[in-house]
Structure formats: C-alpha cells, structure tokens
Ligand binder design. Structure first.
Ligand code: SF4
Length: 749
C-alpha cells in the first residue's frame, strides 16, 4: 500500500491518545514509533500502539462486507449489504415500529472521528429510544454524578497530574490502562514525576496493582467499599475542621446538607465495612487536606459497583471540601478546543441534569443521557409484547463478550429478527449478524480526538490525516453511517444526510451563546466550509467556533483545521485553567454538592452499614492488562503470546484453604454461570477476593480471529449478573460479584 515518508498518527486505541509516527522499514514492513515531537505525548508509546501495524496487516481484519446467505456469512458488495439492511431494518420498522430496533455502541465509538461525528445522524434518522452503550458497563456513575453536581454528563473533572503534590487513586490502575476518564500519555512517567518533585501517590485497591507497587502507599479495600471510605474522609474533613472551600465558597451550595448526611459515617463506623482502619482513614484525610495541592481520582473499580454513583460523587465532594478543586494541582476541567457540553450555551448557567425521561419496558430502568442500561438489553429482546426489540445494530462493540451475563445476551441476540454489525473483526458478536459492515483500519482514518480532549490533563489540539489510503472496495465509517441513515428513511440518500448534518452543525454553532460565531450568518459560514464531504468540514467548523478558534475572522490567528495541518505535531494550549463558575450548567449556577437523588440514594449506604449479616465468602473483581484493549486486540500475536494472562488471581491463604495451586484449573461459579480457569496464586490480591481479566472468551463458532481463538481465555462476563446494577446510573456491578471457587481439575497447566 502506498505511503511516502513518515506519517503522523494519533493512536485511537486508548484514552492516552499518544502521537505516533508510521513509516516503512526496508522490506516494506510498517513500523510504528512514539513521536518525540508530539506536543502532548513526547514520544511515549505502549505495546498496543506498536501493534497498530500488525492490526492493519492482520489477515483476519474485515475488508469486505458480509451477508448471511443460507445460514452462513459470505462476502458481498456494499450495494448488496445495504439492500439487505434496507430490507431487514425496513421490515422490522414497518411491522413493529422504530423502537423495535436497538443500537449498541461499544467503546471504539469514542475513539473514532467518523463514529463520533456521524453516529448522531444515523441515530436521529433511526428514531429509536433503544440505545445501549458501553458507558453503562464502566463509566455512567461518573457521568451521572457530574451532571447532578455541575450540570452535564460531560463534566468529568480530571486530576491536574503535572502540578499535583498528592494523588489518591481509587479503583484504577493507570500503569495498565494508561488512564481512563483522564487523558494523559505516559502515566508511569507522570506518576513518577509526582514523587520526584516531593509529592505523594496513594493507591486504594483490592489488588496491589502495578500502579500500587510504584506508589508511596497502598491500602487494600474491600470491593464495593469505596463509597464508605470516601464518606468517612468527607466526614473527617468536617469533624476535624479541615473544610476549606477557598475561592469556590460563593459557588458551592449544599455544604450543610452534606455535613448532616455524613454525620453517621465516621471512620470508626465504616472501617469494618471498607476494610481500612479508622486511624488510617483519618491520617490519609489529614495528609490530603494538608497537601499544598492534591486530587482524588476514582475510576473503574469505583464505578462498577452497587454504590458507583455515590462513590463518584464523594470523590468530588472530598476534592471540593478540601480546597483541591478547580485550582492548579487539583481536580480541574479541561477547556476542549472542539467545544462540547461544558462550553456550550450561556456561561455559568444551564438546565442541569435531566435524567429518567423514559424508562426501559421490562424493569423500568431510567434513561441516562439518551440511553438505557445495557444490563437490560437481553430482557428487552426476550420479553414479548409491545416495544419488544426485534433488530439490533452494533458499532465498534462486542456486547456478547463485554456486557453482564454474556451467555443470556448471546442467546437473546441469536433470537433477533435482524442484526447489523459495523466492526473491524468478525468478533463474538458480529458473527451473529445478518450483515457485517467492515471499518477501515485506524491507520486509514484521519483523527482528531473529540472525546478525550474533554479529559486531557493539558489542553492541546492535534490532527492527523489518514496515514494510509483506503483499498479498493473499502469505505470510511462515516460513509457507512450515512448510508445506514439513508437506509432507514424513505426517499433520502447519503449525500442529503451529509449536507443536512453539516447545515445543522452550523446552525447549532451560530445559535450557541458560547460559540465564537454566535449570531453570524449561517450561509456565510456554510460557504466558508466548502463542499467536500466528510469529517474535515465538521472538525474545521468546531475548531473555528470553539474557545481557541479563529471565529471565521473574529479572532485572527486562532485555531483552524489548516493551523493543525501546519503543525503536525500538535498545538499545545497550555496547562488547565480554573473554569468555575463559567463552566457550570446547573440550574442554580452553583456546584450542587448535595443533589437530592444522591442524598436519597445514600440511604442504601446507611442501610449497608447497619447490616450485620455475613459478607459473601469470596467475591470477584476484574483486572486490566497493558497489552489488552477490552476484547478487541487479542488477535495480535505480539500482544497475546507469552505467559497466559487470563488466569484467576487467588490469595495464598484462600488457595491453601481451597486446595488450589498455580495452574490448578478452578471452577468459578456465580448466580448466572460458571467458568473453568487456571489459577495464579499471588499475594497481590486480598484474601477473600479473586480476580479475572475481562475481554477474553474467544474462539466462538463463526468468529474469525484465529490468533484470539488460540489464546481464547474465558469470558468474565459469564459470571457477571445483569440484575446487579447501581440503581442511580444503571451501571453494571462488575466489582464484588459473589462467587464460589473450587478445584475443577488439578494441575492442568
Ligand atoms: S498508551 Fe494508549 S494511546 Fe498510547 S500507544 Fe498505547 S494504546 Fe496507544
């Protein structure tokens, strides 16, 4: 494939968004390296980034649409594929209505420029309320607590990593994840730098992770105990007169309500529940409050539990009460060049969170930001009656591996009338589709990070043109989505949908009080954007009307797409700046520290404290690995070879009690299923807790990932229970699943 010289790439595989270079070695092999000149990542790269070349060259990667004929998926033309989509979705819509078609979006959507920009036109054209995403697997509690406190689900504060003196990390392993809801290339380097400049890093986790091993202090915590620990920390701040709102005092409401609510959560009261003694809780709180700057950062483990939204809320309560919020070195809001919910509208006021506008049909679970909990997807497919889901469109996701009770969901998906998947691979979900639409490789797509600039620990803007061209027969995901949109609306073609999309984006930007082109002439802006279809026009519009933009002439020298093309290593926009009160979009115009839904939900915490029953003897938690990317990088040999990684971590005391040794095949059983998995005995894990990584369980019939099948592992979501959710956010409970563990067969590996 043609490529001259060195191309710049922004890695779309994880939230770190590293700047990379791509060139060809003598002999023609593609080679990916860290881009030393990148203004944000400064040359950092991890093994997954290196593997982008192998991903591109992977013979199993889909390059041609597939259509189910005579029960088998077979290659077809794009026209044949879209004719089948039009017929299949059209039939379901005609017979059962638009809500009979569900959409599932996996986390790859947040990493793809095409999907970020063109999924909305498809969803609008489809007009179904049955939207499910990976957000309710791992992050919805952060979005809900952000919306309730600051006004929108995009209000997700990040630690100002490069200036903080004291970082408390709960339920996160950035050495493996490279950061999550916190965009920061080279997490190991940035964490090392905190300690090097005299700061402190504390990790609270049921496992002594790689991050914990490199911290100043690690505290084991019982899975699900984070909200109790955080409540006790906030209690201690009140109890020991350590509350200091500083500059934010006039902008925070609800402090007295929080004080009253947490009066019962003294460290001495919660210690047994969270597994950390009271003196330690008080000490770490005092140290945090006394630090010149500091931030508490809570992630996956704090979200994927029954008190997920309460824990996410309490992270920010502790940050705010201790004076470590919206100031350098504390928890802060980035200012994204692209604009978004934290910049749109009038500064400092908004409508606040509007959640639960509709509910799922079977369990009555509330909608959040336009979507329903994915834990409800199987029952919405299986349960007959008005509104039953009959068809499914998946994009950039693998819900039959990555969502709770995967076996039940797989059976439900098999019963659908029609299914379409847009993906890189014929994975465990796409193998069940009637039509499979291939996405180009990441190296064939231009990139601007819309989502993760909202979470970046330093403001920046970077653009990368596609490093490699499409091959014959391929098309961009945005083109696929436009054709999908046209397929579900009579008498409209993809070009008309594209023009409508751009026109609508201009109209919204002109109408937006926070935009640099507020009040300008719509047609003038449309003319300035030109008529070349695709993401470039939309990115140019957003950059130019955004906070740093040229405003189509009102701010000469400001950002445009051309400016980014002229600066291929990116434009650094400086450290994070305080954004309170300008960014607030609550109805009160304040940080709402005590939103009523959270005060109400705290009753569950109180109830749990009062319970005296026996805790489950063994609970399961997840595990991340630097070389995994959920389920979708396991077909790359260089990332999966070596020591088996899909193992069950068991503490030596538990191993002895259960007669398990290294390599013993264990049977792990939960309410919904069982898996057989080899044991790894390690004191990294707490007694009473076992850990299994997610994203495995490959080699299912009909999938096409030969390497992944060879290193199949087992699917941890055969054990997770779709009935167990955090009620406020609908997020799945994946941390602290009650299980039994026993010998299945001795010394197999
Ligand atoms: S850390 Fe993330 S963004 Fe950076 S190279 Fe690795 S996978 Fe890509």
């Amino acid at each position: 494939m043609a490529m001259n010289g060195t191309a710049r790439v922004i890695c779309p595989l994880c939230e770190a968004t590293c700047g990379l270079t791509l060139d060809r070695e003598a002999g023609g092999r593609l080679r990916v390296r860290g881009n030393e000149a990148d203004v944000f990542s400064h040359g950092f790269i991890c093994p997954k980034g290196v593997a982008l070349a192998d991903l591109h060259d992977d013979p199993d990667r889909l390059r041609t649409p597939m259509l189910r004929r005579d029960g088998r998926l077979q290659e077809c033309t794009w026209d044949e594929a879209f004719a089948a989509v039009e017929e299949g979705l059209g039939r379901v819509i005609a017979e059962h209505g638009r809500h009979a078609v569900a959409v599932y979006l996996g986390n790859a959507n947040a990493h793809s420029l095409s999907l970020m920009l063109y999924m909305r036109p498809f969803l609008t054209a489809l007009g179904s309320r049955m939207l499910f995403t990976a957000s309710t697997v791992d992050q919805m509690p952060k979005q809900v607590s952000g919306a309730l406190m600051f006004g929108t689900g995009a209000h997700l504060p990040v630690p100002d990593l490069d200036r903080t003196d004291h970082l408390v990390i709960l339920g996160a392993n950035p050495y493996a994840s490279n950061g999550s809801l916190m965009t920061a290339p080279d997490m190991p380097g940035r964490l090392r730098a905190i300690r090097k400049r005299g700061g402190k890093v504390v990790v609270v986790d049921p496992r002594r992770t790689q991050t914990a091993k490199h911290a100043d202090e690690h505290l084991f915590i019982r899975p699900g105990g984070d909200a109790f620990l955080l409540a006790a920390m906030a209690h201690t701040l009140f109890d020991e007169n350590l509350v200091d709102l500083g500059r934010l005092a006039p902008h925070v409401s609800g402090v007295d309500e929080v004080r009253a609510l947490l009066a019962d959560f003294a460290p001495e009261r919660v210690a047994a529940t969270c597994g950390i003694d009271a003196a330690t809780i008080r000490r770490i709180t005092r140290e945090f409050a006394a630090a010149p700057t500091g931030a508490v950062y809570g992630r996956i483990g704090t979200c994927t539990q029954e008190f997920g939204t309460l824990a996410s809320w309490l992270v920010e309560v502790v940050n705010i009460l201790s004076g470590h919020f919206d100031s350098p070195g504390g928890a802060m809001f980035p200012l994204p060049p692209f604009g978004g919910p934290t910049t749109r509208g009038a500064a400092g006021r908004g409508r606040g969170a509007r959640l639960g506008r509709w509910h799922s049909r079977v369990r009555g679970l509330p909608e959040m930001f336009g979507e329903l909990p994915v834990s409800a997807l199987a029952e919405e497919i299986e349960t007959p009656g008005e509104g039953q889901i009959r068809a499914l469109v998946t994009a950039g996701g693998n819900p039959c591996v990555s969502t709770p009770n995967a076996a039940r969901l797989t059976r439900a998906v098999e019963s659908l009338d029609f299914m379409v998947s847009l993906d890189l691979y014929l994975n465990e979900t796409a193998r069940l589709a009637d039509v499979v639409l291939p996405a180009p490789s990441p190296l064939q797509q231009p990139h601007y990070d819309i989502a993760f600039n909202n979470l970046s620990v330093r403001n920046n803007a970077r653009w990368a043109d596609a490093a490699l061209p499409l091959e014959d027969g391929q098309q961009h995901e945005w083109q696929t989505l436009l054709r999908l949109a046209a397929a579900v609306v009579d008498g409209v073609d993809a070009d008309a949908v594209e023009q409508l999309t751009v026109t609508r984006a201009v109209e919204l930007s002109v109408a937006d009080e926070g935009s640099r082109i507020h009040g300008r002439d719509r047609d003038e802006i449309l003319a300035a954007l030109g008529d070349t279809p695709g993401p470039e026009r939309l990115v140019d519009l957003a950059l130019r009307s955004g906070a740093y933009g040229d405003g189509f002439g009102t701010n000469p020298g400001g950002l445009t797409l051309q400016v980014l093309r002229d600066n291929p290593d990116g434009v650094d926009l400086g450290p994070l700046q305080p954004r309170i009160p300008e960014t607030l979009r609550t109805a009160s115009g304040t940080i709402e520290l005590a939103p009523q839904p959270l005060l109400d939900d705290a009753a569950r915490l109180r109830q749990r404290l009062a319970e005296t029953g026996e805790a489950p003897p063994m609970v399961l938690i997840g595990r991340r690995d630097l070389r995994s990317n959920n389920s979708w990088m396991h077909n790359i040999e260089m990332l999966v070879r070596g020591k088996p990684r899909c193992t069950l971590y068991v503490h030596p005391d538990d191993a002895q009690r259960l007669q398990l040794g290294d390599g013993t095949l264990a049977r792990v059983t939960s309410r919904v299923g069982e898996v057989l998995v080899p044991v790894e005995v390690t004191d990294e894990i707490m007694p009473g807790v076992v850990s299994l990584p997610h994203g495995w369980g490959h080699g299912q019939p009909g999938s096409r990932q030969a390497v992944a099948a060879e290193y199949a592992g087992v699917n941890s979501n055969l054990l997770s229970d779709e009935t167990q959710i955090d009620p406020l956010s609908g997020n799945a409970v994946l941390s602290g699943i009650p299980v039994t563990v026993e010998v299945a067969e001795a010394a197999l590996v």
